[in-house]
Design a protein around this ligand. Structure first.
Ligand code: GAR
Length: 200
């Protein structure tokens, strides 16, 4: 069985969508551990309520690689083979990325490479784009970079505020994260430069 390690910092709705997909038999995987860098993360409580192994590894005042070593140690102890960042608001060190080559995924609420970083939905709104969306990609040491596995678009409506746009994008996030995990777990893809191409 594929063992997922899920890293969160806050609400945890993407984590819950993944857990629901597993529960519905849409993903052949189990959640080995949920790790939050934030002790107050709602997602941490939700994971505990679901009876999952869910722990906080506090990142405050810690040097990046020292922190990542603690997290990698926990993931290794649980024999995790795919790491899913789900609203985990930290850059990973080269050390972390090197420990799980092409086995770390991230979801971001924009059509990358547009609007990386914080408040992607607000960035899109302020830029005046007519469409935005979300992206699941492999993680490297750069911010919101790495080969793209899946994207979905949504319209930006004239009446949108940040919350309305974020909610429309979030529904698509929950859908495509499962699809991307399924593809990666199936192994039926190859990476050609920056392109992730399905095989068979
Ligand atoms: C999601 O919109 C996710 O795409 C975003 O944070 C939110 C977390 O929500 N991630 C990033 O912006 C990463 N750069 P959630 O905790 O409910 O899954």
């Amino acid at each position: 069985m594929n063992r997922l390690g899920i890293l969160i910092s806050g609400r945890g709705s993407n984590f819950e969508a993944i857990a629901d997909s597993i529960g519905a038999g849409k993903l052949d995987a189990e959640i080995a551990i949920v790790i939050s860098n934030n002790p107050n993360a709602e997602g941490l409580r939700r994971a505990q309520q679901r009876g999952l192994r869910a722990v906080c590894v506090r990142s405050r005042a810690m040097e990046r690689e020292a922190y990542d070593r603690l997290v990698v140690e926990k993931l290794r102890a649980e024999r995790v083979d795919l790491v899913c960042l789900a609203g985990f608001m930290r850059l990973l060190s080269a050390y972390f990325v090197g420990e799980f080559p092409q086995r770390i995924l991230n979801i971001h609420p924009s059509l990358l490479p547009a609007f990386p970083g914080l408040e992607a939905q607000l960035q899109a709104l302020e830029h005046g784009v007519k469409h935005s969306g979300c992206t699941v990609h492999f993680v490297d040491e750069k911010l919101d970079a790495g080969p793209i596995i899946a994207q979905a678009t949504v319209p930006v409506l004239d009446s949108d505020d940040e919350g309305a746009l974020a909610a429309r994008i979030l529904r698509e996030e929950h859908r495509i994260y499962t699809e991307a995990i399924r593809l990666v777990l199936s192994g039926k893809y190859r990476i050609d430069g920056r392109r992730v191409l399905p095989t068979q």
